[in-house]
Design a protein around this ligand. Structure first.
Ligand code: GLN
Length: 488
C-alpha cells in the first residue's frame, strides 16, 4: 500500500497526533487520497464528505493544539448511510430516501462530532439494512477488498470494506441480525454488536426496533473498546436506551484469560460449514485454553429455530417501520398519480427495491388477523425460550465462542437469487439480537485466501468480559493487521 498512514489503527493514529508526528489534516488527506486510489473498485461509500472532513480536521488540529481533545479527535471515520447526519444526505441506499438530507444528527453522529472525529463519508449498505451482501443497495454493490469479485458481507458492507481497504480508520454499522459482525468477519476486521439499548438508536433509520443496535467496525479490539466508549450511554431521546453508566471499556483489555470460563455451544457447528471456518474456530479455542481459560461445552438447543423466529419478527417490525414512507413527508414522491392512494402505491412501488418489498409483504402477512397468533405470537414465545437458554448458559460461562459466519466471502451474484441461501448467512449471528446480548467478531485466520471470523458473545451488559476474551485472543495471534487487502 503506497500510503502507510491509512493502515494504522485509530489508537496508533491517535498516538501520532499526540506526539505531533502527524496532523489530523494529514491523516484526512491521506485517507481521501486512498479513497481516490481504490474507491472506483471497492465502492464502499454512497457519499464522500471531502470538504466537511477537511474543515473538521482543521478544527481537530486546533483542539489538539489547545489540549482539549478526546480519544477520537482528528480520526477520519465513516458512518453507515442509515445514521442521520445533519446537512449530509442519508439515503439508506434506497431510492425512496435518495434525496433525503436530515435536518438533525443521530445521537451517535452528535457524540462523534462533539469528540472531534472527522466524518469522511457515508457507507453503502443493503437497502434499509436488509441483506447479507450489500448487493441489495439500490445504487451499486460494494466489493470485498480481499477479492473484488466477492461480496463484503452485509448489510454494513460499505463500512466493513472501507475499514479493511484503508478508506476510514473506523466506521459505525447497525446490526439487526448480524450486519456488523458478518461483514467484519468477511473483510478480516473487528465488528461489535453491543447489548440492546447500550448505544442510542435515535437518528438511526429504523428497520426492526426490537433488534436494531449500532456498533463499531474497527481494525483491532482496542479500537472497538475506544469507539464503544465514545458512543455508549443513556439517551432520553431513545426510549429503549438503558439507564446505565458505561465503564471505561479499555480497562477490560487484559492479555490473559486466567479463570475466564468459556463455553462452546455445540449447536453452532452446523452441517455445511466451510471446513476452514471450523478449523479456525477449533484452533482459536486451543489458543484460549493456552491463555488460561477454562473451556466447556455449552448447549443452546433452540438455536435451530432462531432463523425462523428472526424472519418473522424482523419483517413484522419492518413492515410497521416502513409504513411511514408514503411520499408525503420526506423522500421520493411520485407526482404522476391520479389519487392519493395511487400516489402512495406508485411511490412505494418505485421507491423500494425487491428485498424490501419481500420483507414488507412477509411482515404484513404475519401480523394480519388470523395469522398473528400462528406466526408473530409463536415467534415471540420461541424468542423468550432462546433468551432463557442464553441466561442459563451465562450462569456457567463468562463468554461463549463460535464462528461468526458459516462461510467466507462468496462471489457477487452467487446467492442473490436465492433468498433462503442468503438468509442462512445469519444463522450464527442473529441469536444475539434475538436475546439482546452483545457479540463481537474478530479475525481468526484465513480459509482459501479469505478471512474467517470468530464470534464471542456475553450476557447483557457483559461487554467487558467479551472484550477481554477478544483482546487476549487477538494479542496471542497475528491475524490482526491482516486487513489492508493484498488485491488493492
Ligand atoms: N442479514 C440480516 C437481514 O437481512 C441482518 C441484517 C441486519 O443485521 N441489518 O435481515
Amino acid at each position: 500500500m503506497a500510503n502507510s498512514l491509512v493502515n494504522l489503527t485509530a489508537h496508533e493514529a491517535r498516538g501520532m497526533l499526540d506526539k505531533r508526528e502527524v496532523s489530523s489534516v494529514e491523516l484526512t488527506e491521506a485517507t481521501l487520497e486512498r479513497i481516490e486510489e481504490v474507491e472506483d473498485r471497492v465502492k464502499a461509500f454512497v457519499t464522500v464528505t471531502r470538504d466537511l472532513a477537511l474543515e473538521q480536521a482543521r478544527e481537530a488540529d486546533r483542539r489538539i493544539a489547545e489540549g482539549t481533545s478526546a480519544p477520537l479527535t482528528g480520526i477520519p471515520m465513516q458512518l453507515k448511510d442509515n445514521m442521520c447526519t445533519n446537512g449530509v444526505p442519508t439515503t439508506c441506499s434506497s431510492r425512496i430516501l435518495e434525496e433525503f438530507v436530515p435536518p438533525y444528527d443521530a445521537t451517535v453522529t452528535e457524540k462523534l462530532r462533539q469528540d472531534g472525529a472527522v466524518l469522511i463519508g457515508k457507507g453503502n449498505l443493503d437497502e434499509f439494512a436488509m441483506g447479507s451482501s450489500t448487493e441489495n443497495s439500490a445504487f451499486f454493490p460494494t466489493h470485498n477488498p480481499w477479492d473484488l469479485e466477492r461480496v463484503p458481507g452485509g448489510s454494513s458492507g460499505g463500512p466493513a470494506a472501507a475499514v479493511a481497504a484503508g478508506e476510514a480508520f473506523f466506521s459505525l454499522g447497525s446490526d439487526t441480525g448480524g450486519s456488523v459482525r458478518q461483514p467484519s468477519s468477511l473483510c478480516g476486521i473487528v465488528g461489535m454488536k453491543p447489548t440492546y439499548g447500550l448505544v442510542s438508536r435515535f437518528g438511526l433509520i429504523a428497520f426492526a426496533s426490537s433488534l436494531d443496535q449500532i456498533g463499531p467496525l474497527t481494525r483491532d479490539v482496542r479500537d472497538s473498546a475506544i469507539v464503544l466508549n465514545a458512543i455508549a450511554g443513556h439517551d432520553p431521546r431513545d426510549s429503549t436506551s438503558i439507564e446505565f453508566q458505561p465503564p471505561d471499556y479499555t480497562e477490560a483489555l487484559k492479555p490473559d484469560l486466567k479463570g475466564v470460563r468459556i463455553g462452546v455451544p455445540k449447536e453452532y457447528f452446523v452441517d455445511g460449514m466451510e471446513p476452514g471456518v471450523e478449523d479456525a474456530t477449533r484452533k482459536a479455542i486451543d489458543v484460549m485454553r493456552s491463555l488460561g481459560a477454562e473451556i466447556g461445552e455449552a448447549s443452546l438447543p433452540h438455536t435451530s429455530y432462531a432463523l425462523a423466529v428472526y424472519y418473522i419478527i424482523a419483517p413484522s417490525e419492518c413492515s410497521a417501520n416502513l409504513a411511514r414512507y408514503d411520499g408525503v413527508k420526506y423522500g421520493f414522491s411520485e407526482q404522476d398519480a391520479e389519487s392519493m392512494w395511487d400516489a402512495y402505491e406508485k411511490t412505494r412501488q418505485r421507491g423500494f427495491g425487491p428485498e424490501v418489498k419481500r420483507r414488507i409483504m412477509l411482515g404484513t402477512y404475519s401480523l394480519s388477523s388470523g395469522y398473528y397468533d400462528a406466526y408473530y405470537l409463536k415467534a415471540q414465545q420461541v424468542r423468550t425460550i432462546i433468551r432463557q437458554e442464553f441466561e442459563e448458559e451465562f450462569k456457567k460461562f463468562d463468554a461463549l465462542v463460535m464462528p461468526t459466519s458459516p462461510s467466507t466471502a462468496f462471489k457477487i451474484g452467487e446467492k442473490v437469487d436465492d433468498p433462503v441461501q442468503m438468509y442462512l448467512n445469519d444463522v450464527m449471528t442473529l441469536p444475539a439480537n434475538i436475546a439482546g446480548i452483545p457479540g463481537i467478531s474478530v479475525p481468526s485466520g484465513m480459509s482459501n485466501g479469505l478471512p474467517t471470523g470468530l464470534q464471542i458473545m456475553a450476557k447483557p451488559l457483559g461487554e467487558e468480559a467479551m472484550l477481554r476474551v477478544a483482546y487476549a485472543y487477538e494479542q496471542a495471534t497475528d491475524f490482526q493487521g491482516t486487513h489492508g487487502s493484498p488485491s488493492l
